[in-house]
Design a protein around this ligand. Structure first.
Ligand code: K1U
Ligand code: ZN
Length: 185
């Protein structure tokens, strides 16, 4: 498994529309595994392909220990409204309150090529919508009022120099960077 670099705000890939996945390959399965590893290391609850520089329509989420891969996901029903704070692994240390539908029903394909539907509420619903937005080049900043967006971007302008080339390199877990004694031979 590999930890992937995360693209940050300013990288054009975050604003691109993704391409629907036509065939589920082993390479796509490896991408999904690596996206989970990257998301867990970054302490996120979701991660979409553009955030790791890829243009396939695939995202991973894990809210309350329920890992889920969503390929070609679509919101097919939504209801209510709910306001909640969001962050983004591609805009570190910037947060904002976003109003979204409170409940959603999402149709997607899994890594076996099987179509499924999932009903979501609370943080799970918010995370699914945030990830599906990424797959359409949309970011949570786009929902903020002009003033809140300006203040979020001012915060980002102080952070962005930490990410040369719009790349966020994650610190590897030290427990994993040392070879196992048996592997040192
Ligand atoms: O796609 C991403 O950038 C991941 C993002 C997803 C997300 C966070 C908050 C609300 C909706 C969607 C994150 O995981 S950022 C990390 C974070 O803010 C968070 C982590 C655990 C619980 C709650 C928020
Ligand atoms: Zn995000």
């Amino acid at each position: 498994m590999s930890v992937l670099d995360i693209r940050v705000l300013g990288d054009p890939v975050l604003r691109q529309e993704t391409k629907p996945v036509e065939t589920i390959t082993d390479e796509l399965r490896t991408l999904a595994r690596n996206m989970f590893e990257t998301m867990y290391l970054a302490k996120g609850i979701g991660l979409a392909a553009p955030q790791v520089g890829r243009t396939e329509r695939i995202a991973v989420v894990d809210v309350d220990d329920n890992p889920l891969v969503i390929i070609n996901p679509e919101v097919i029903e939504s209801d209510g409204t709910s306001k909640g704070e969001e962050g983004c692994l591609s805009i570190p240390d910037v947060y904002g309150d976003v109003e979204r539908p409170a409940t959603v029903r999402v149709r997607a394909t899994d890594l076996d090529g099987k179509e499924f539907e999932v009903a979501a509420e609370g943080l799970f619903a918010r995370c699914l919508q945030h990830e599906i937005d990424h797959l359409h080049g949309k970011l949570f900043l786009d929902y903020l009022s002009v003033l809140k967006r300006r203040s979020a971007l001012a915060k980002w302008s102080k952070e962005k120099d930490k990410y040369p080339g719009f790349i966020r390199k994650l610190e590897l877990d030290p427990a994993r960077t040392h070879a196992h004694p048996d592997e040192e031979l």
